[in-house]
Design a binder for this molecule. Structure first.
Ligand SMILES: *[C@@H]1O[C@H](CO)[C@@H](O)[C@H](O)[C@H]1NC(C)=O
Ligand SMILES: *[C@@H]1O[C@H](CO)[C@@H](O)[C@H](O)[C@H]1NC(C)=O
Length: 201
């Protein structure tokens, strides 16, 4: 009896697992690299968040794009910026993958042109890190079918960096504000001194 019950539970668990795999999530390793993706960011280039732009272009290079409905462009962490940071971990299950958390843009896939381009101002709140760009092709149900990226499979080539400039701006602003305040105070002091000096003299 108990054995049968456990067996039944195992079977239903198995059914749940199978239905999860077929409907629930997509494995990155199951995607075909059907998009050629290029960006204006060259290897080693340092881009300033909030100031610099990246132009991303992509083009289809596969043989069957009949289900393609959308192309998403993502900013993705290079391995060096994932090291010791579990929250940026790469997972084959794309639902758990944290490599590319930042969606740059999603645009409709045009079966007539099969390509696209987007100019992106690196947003001010992009964390300083080393990145590459990846594009995903999605079907009508938002399932990922294909991808392309600006780096190789090892994510080792053609990486670029984003640095923050807000901090520098803020401290510069503070420094110049202090300097002006200091000048006003010293000017006032000078005037006062002169006035006093004038009186006593
Ligand atoms: C897309 O392809 C067409 C035809 O090959 C070309 O004229 C156009 O410049 C391409 N656009 C982009 C954004 O690459
Ligand atoms: C990847 O390509 C193969 C061969 O062209 C094809 O059979 C398969 O369905 C494709 N996979 C996806 C997810 O489009």
């Amino acid at each position: 009896m108990a054995g049968r019950r456990i067996m039944l539970e195992l079977v239903s668990l198995l059914v749940i697992c199978i239905s999860q795999t077929s409907h629930g999530f997509t494995l990155f390793s199951s995607l075909n690299r059907t998009l050629a993706v290029d960006s204006s960011a060259t290897a080693g280039q340092v881009l300033k968040a909030g100031e610099d732009t990246i132009t991303v272009t992509w083009a289809y290079k596969g043989t069957d794009d009949s289900s393609y409905k959308t192309v998403e462009i993502h900013l993705c962490y290079a391995p060096i910026s994932q090291k010791d940071r579990g929250w940026r971990r790469t997972a084959d299950n794309l639902e758990k993958d944290k490599t590319c958390p930042l969606l740059v843009v999603a645009s409709p896939y045009s079966p007539s042109s099969r390509n696209g381009s987007f100019v992106w101002l690196v947003e001010e709140d992009v964390p300083p890190a080393t990145y590459f760009i990846r594009a995903y092709a999605l079907d009508a149900g938002s399932h990922r079918l294909g991808y392309g990226q600006t780096t190789d499979d090892e994510k080792a080539t053609n990486l670029f960096e984003v640095v923050a400039v807000t901090g520098r701006h803020a401290s510069l602003a503070i420094a110049s504000a202090c300097f002006s305040a200091f000048s006003v105070v010293s000017f006032a002091g000078l005037l006062a001194a002169e006035k006093i000096g004038g009186k006593t003299m």
